[in-house]
Design a binder for this molecule. Structure first.
Ligand SMILES: [Zn+2]
Length: 314
């Protein structure tokens, strides 16, 4: 079976303004690398606009918040509107945000139907900072948390894990998962750093596993933290489905983070997660793009990540 790549040109039309790090060129850089011969075997699909998406968005976000985002994003006709200090919407944002959610739902449908081995969703805006009732950190809807709720609601899967190796802590996913023991959230991230959450003592109902790293940390510290604080508890959790918040801003070239990971480190982490998925979840794993702001570091790291997914699916 093949791995699936889900993306859409509409992600270029979420306009964050000049000099914003979360910019359309991120998609172009990834497109360029994934057009290469090593990725000829990827099945490519367009991220859909789904009529049922708000039903599932509401499983992770409050109704009033959904209305707030749609009022801001659906009706803006030009320019930008800030809905948080660093989160803006433009005329193309509503479609992009909905297709980003749709990519995750479609990826899950493909994996559950057995038509794809696994999937990578190349989307923007990212999602893991968006809380149940708050936009934050470039994120409008929490794509990965919505996907987690979807696989439970639609397919009756019980235990869903999200593993997040973005350099920033996924405060939104943590908040949405906080009191649900069937939803596992494990994160490596730099601390102190935006958004300020992610301490080891933040444990939810025993379902939150934070593994903070210090600026300057590289493979050795990352691997130790990832193994002991995330992979070991994840193995005990025995997930029915594994989701990945795949941010690549822990790369040493990234301007927003201070960790020193390289492409091979993301490949190792991905391989570790596909192994857990193979042992517990019949191989079911879906990854969604979060951050990554150096175009070379981002695109090369995505290549390593997708290669590991393809290898697991082959
Ligand atoms: Zn990030």
């Amino acid at each position: 079976m093949s791995s699936v790549l889900i993306t859409h040109p509409a992600f270029l039309k979420h306009d964050t303004g000049e000099f914003h790090p979360e910019r359309p060129d991120r998609m172009r850089a990834i497109d360029h690398v994934l057009a290469g011969p090593p990725f000829a075997g990827l099945v490519r699909r367009e991220a859909p606009l789904r009529e049922d998406d708000t039903t599932y968005i509401r499983l992770a976000h409050r109704q009033e918040y959904l209305r707030e985002v749609s009022d801001a994003a659906e009706h803006i006709v030009s320019g930008h509107q800030s809905i948080d200090g660093d989160t803006v919407v433009s005329p193309g944002s509503w479609e992009a945000a909905r297709r980003a959610v749709g990519a995750g739902l479609d990826a899950i449908d493909s994996v559950m139907a057995g038509t794809a081995a696994n999937a990578f969703c190349q989307v923007r805006p990212p999602g893991h900072h968006a809380e149940s009732q708050r936009a934050m950190g470039f994120c409008l809807f929490n794509n990965i948390a919505i996907a987690a709720h979807y696989v439970r609601a639609k397919y009756g899967a019980e235990r869903i894990a999200v593993v997040d190796f973005d350099v920033h802590h996924g405060n939104g996913t943590q908040e949405i998962f906080w009191s649900n023991a069937d939803l596992f959230y494990g994160s490596t991230h730099q601390m102190p750093l935006f958004p300020g959450t992610g301490a080891v003592r933040e444990t939810g109902v025993g379902n939150i596993f934070n593994a903070p790293l210090r600026a300057g940390d590289a493979r050795a510290q990352f691997e130790e933290a990832f193994r002991s604080r995330i992979l070991d508890p994840l193995h005990n959790f025995a997930p029915d489905f594994v989701l990945v918040s795949a941010g690549f801003d822990a790369h040493y070239r990234d301007p927003l983070g201070g960790l020193r990971l390289v492409e091979a480190d993301f490949e190792w982490a991905t391989h570790s997660l596909t192994e857990i998925a193979r042992r517990h979840a019949d191989g079911r794993i879906v990854s969604m793009l979060e951050g990554g702001y150096d175009l070379t570091g981002l695109s090369q790291s995505v290549a390593a990540h997708v290669s590991a997914l393809m290898e697991a699916g082959a």
